[in-house]
Design a binder for this molecule. Structure first.
Ligand SMILES: NC(=O)c1ccc[n+]([C@@H]2O[C@H](COP(=O)([O-])OP(=O)(O)OC[C@H]3O[C@@H](n4cnc5c(N)ncnc54)[C@H](O)[C@@H]3O)[C@@H](O)[C@H]2O)c1
Ligand SMILES: [Zn+2]
Length: 386
């Protein structure tokens, strides 16, 4: 794991985080304006001149020209492949349409597939690269905060099935990741904030200094300040790279990254994936996990307060919505693919920057929720009315 600072095209700082996975190691370049370095970087690596850029219409309209110009200027002939925008299109039909275009363009095994977009494009583009001709080179150019700090790092690729999210996929590492923080300036604010939930997650479970930094730099982050975002993206990539380097295929430790996700996923399922963005649901899940850690004495109340405060300051939701009842939450957690015998491996907080696993039954989680709600109703009721 190493970080090198050098000059980037706009004279701002560029950082390199290496994901160390033996023969499958790769660099993540992080900086402002660096999507325009894609051509020279692929040339340096000796990539074949015909390559594919998978994206969606929203991202293509904003950035395809700059990416394609850089590629063409360095002698590449990119084929632009668009899939429709939206999580509902992270499916087999879109994957099949990518295969059709790759075959029509007669790309061979030496080809490179560039995934230019958010996590949806990254996941499906990654799976296309993993499977087309049994695997072609993959380059991730993540354009959302979620994709830069999470989806593009670690090699998980997937599509959804009617029966659930990410049920079909593969572990497939990219050759290189180009995270240009300048492109985050065009993200809808809600998407940026949703990504910040995952950022806060890394700080809570892995890095107390980073949590301090977020407490002071949150306003600039919410303003999409490139310098602050560069620091955020590089710290998160370094933290995730370290976890992935330790446990590439999630046989154990990598599950620490599921902090806030057990309850978060359940909320997404129970609201049909249309009320909350993923990060928003994770924010609720993180606060839930924090309250639970406090209730069980794993962490002190001051720690819990700091976590809740930061999540609230980011204007992320913190409460399980009242129309989800505790029983429904428990059974939704019971069908989560990461459960075994009704108990979940739940990530709890010990202190800022330190977490631990506890096996907790869905029923116990429901009981806490019922208890907290009762306490809240009690404290909200007017007193002394006799
Ligand atoms: N593989 C992993 O490890 C991993 C990790 C986290 C999330 N994911 C997956 O990622 C997906 C969510 O990713 P996401 O949050 O990036 O959503 P997304 O890909 O749907 O992007 C969100 C929206 O922002 C738009 N967009 C992208 N970049 C933009 C830009 N620079 N400016 C303006 N608009 C832009 C997109 O077109 C889309 O409408 C989910 O499918 C999730 O399962 C995967
Ligand atoms: Zn997540």
């Amino acid at each position: 794991l190493e970080s090198v600072v050098s000059g980037s095209p706009r004279g701002t700082t560029e950082e390199v985080v290496r994901v160390e996975l033996g023969a499958r190691s790769y660099p993540i370049y992080i900086g402002a304006g660096i999507i325009e370095t894609i051509g020279p970087r692929l040339r340096e690596r000796g990539a074949a001149s015909r390559l594919a850029v998978v994206t969606n219409p929203t991202v293509a309209q904003l950035y395809a020209d700059r990416v394609c110009r850089s590629l063409e200027e360095t002698g590449f002939t990119p084929v632009l492949i668009e899939i429709p925008d939206g999580e509902e299109h992270k499916n087999l039909a879109s994957l099949a349409s990518i295969y059709d275009r790759l075959i029509a363009a007669q790309l061979d095994r030496g080809a490179t597939l560039v995934a230019l977009g958010g996590g949806v494009v990254g996941d499906i583009g990654g799976l296309a690269a993993a499977t087309f001709l049994r695997g072609v080179s993959l380059v991730q150019v993540p354009t959302t905060l979620v994709a830069q700090v999470d989806a593009s790092v670690g090699g998980k690729t997937a599509i959804n099935h009617q029966a659930g999210k990410n049920l079909i996929g593969a572990f497939y590492q990219p050759r290189m990741v180009l995270a240009d923080v300048e492109v985050l300036g065009s993200l809808p604010h809600r998407e940026l904030v949703s990504g910040l939930a995952e950022v806060i997650k890394y700080a809570i479970i892995l890095d107390a200094d980073f949590f301090d930094f977020l407490e002071s730099a949150l306003p600039q982050a919410l303003d999409a300040d490139p310098e602050v975002l560069r620091r955020i993206v590089s710290v998160c990539c370094r933290l995730k790279a370290a976890v992935v380097g330790e446990d590439e295929t999630e046989s154990g430790y990598r599950a620490v990254l599921n902090f806030g996700h057990t309850v978060g996923h359940a909320i997404e399922v129970l609201t049909d994936y249309n009320r909350y963005l993923h990060g928003e649901a994770v924010a609720v899940g993180m606060v839930f996990a924090t309250l639970l850690s406090e209730a069980r004495g794993y962490c002190d109340p001051a720690t819990g307060d700091r976590i809740r405060r930061l999540v609230e300051r980011a204007r992320l939701p913190v409460e399980v919505p009242r129309d989800i009842d505790a029983g429904a939450l428990a059974s939704a957690i019971g069908v989560d693919k990461k459960t075994r015998d009704g108990a979940v491996k739940f990530v709890c907080v010990e202190a800022i920057g330190r977490s631990r696993f506890e096996r907790i039954e869905g029923r116990a989680l429901a009981a806490y929720l019922t208890m907290w709600r009762a306490q809240e109703t009690e404290s909200a009721e007017p007193r002394g009315t006799e």
